[in-house]
Design a binder for this molecule. Structure first.
Ligand SMILES: [Mn+2]
Length: 270
């Protein structure tokens, strides 16, 4: 049985920061979250450029293996960062996380680097984190030096050990392959969301909200209410049987959407 997806995205600059360096995209079969690296120049340029470089994948047929297609696209995005930084020295050293999900007829592939996350809430099952954080504290957890609970409050929890960077053409994102089952719901999010909401809260919202876009909006709203100081982005992907109506048009959010001046197609939703 072939599957399709219904996606929805929401992004907010959070309660403290003046700009949003996160970017996201919810498409017909592509979902993306990128978090421009703080402390580097032009995080919003990096995340926006990577999302806009990957976004055309949504409109192209997948020829060959989906891992290869997504892997090639990520390499193009990295080159776009290097080329932009070479032409605009103020953005030298810019970098971003990336979590990307591409759906084909029967399965899906994830590309991941950094500390944004993909979670899977299987139909009728428990939420689990599918991606592995590229962070210093994850290395400490893996080595048995600290527990996962300690990692959540560790003073160095924001230090990442991998990103797409204008300076490093050798970054290889982790590519993983997963079955796409109707009824599964995926969440891609930036650390501004996973850092303030418990997995229990995320699961509760993902169980309660019937549609992808309201689900993404609700998760971001709860993160803001929890006092999110970082930028917050959520992209929700519902796997459905092919032929179901797709009610939400593709959408860019965050820094990647900052130049968009037209009407917001979601204004009337919810
Ligand atoms: Mn962040």
């Amino acid at each position: 049985m072939s599957v399709a997806v219904v996606t929805g995205a929401r992004s907010d600059r959070g309660t403290v920061r003046e700009n949003n360096e996160d970017s996201g995209y919810s498409g017909r079969r592509l979902a993306l979250v990128a978090d421009g690296v703080g402390g580097n120049a032009a995080g919003e340029v990096a995340s926006g450029l990577v999302i806009r470089t990957l976004q055309p994948l949504d409109d192209q047929p997948v020829q060959g293996g989906p891992e290869e297609v997504l892997g090639d696209a990520v390499r193009r995005a990295q080159r776009a960062l290097s080329d932009h930084a070479a032409a605009h020295p103020a953005t030298a050293g810019m970098a971003t996380t990336l979590t990307a999900l591409l759906v084909t007829d029967h399965d899906l592939v994830l590309a991941h680097v950094g500390d944004s996350r993909a979670y899977l809430r299987p139909s009728g099952g428990d939420l689990r984190q599918v991606t592995r954080d590229d962070t210093y504290v994850q290395l400490l957890v893996d080595a048995g030096h600290i527990t996962e609970d300690q990692a959540e409050t560790h003073p160095m929890r924001h230090v990442i050990t991998g990103s797409l960077s204008a300076d490093d053409a050798n970054t290889a994102p982790a590519l993983t392959h997963h079955p796409a089952r109707a009824g599964d719901r995926w969440l891609l999010c930036s650390d501004g969301l996973s850092g303030v909401l418990t997995t229990e809260t995320i699961q509760w919202v993902m169980d309660q909200e019937p549609a992808s876009w309201p689900c993404a909006a609700r998760l971001v709203e709860l993160a803001l209410r929890a006092g999110a100081t970082d930028n917050v982005t959520a992209v929700v992907v519902d796997v459905v049987r092919e032929g179901c109506v797709l009610p939400f048009p593709p959408r860019l959010v965050g820094a990647a959407a900052a130049t968009w001046t037209g009407p917001d197609p979601y204004d009337d939703v919810v």
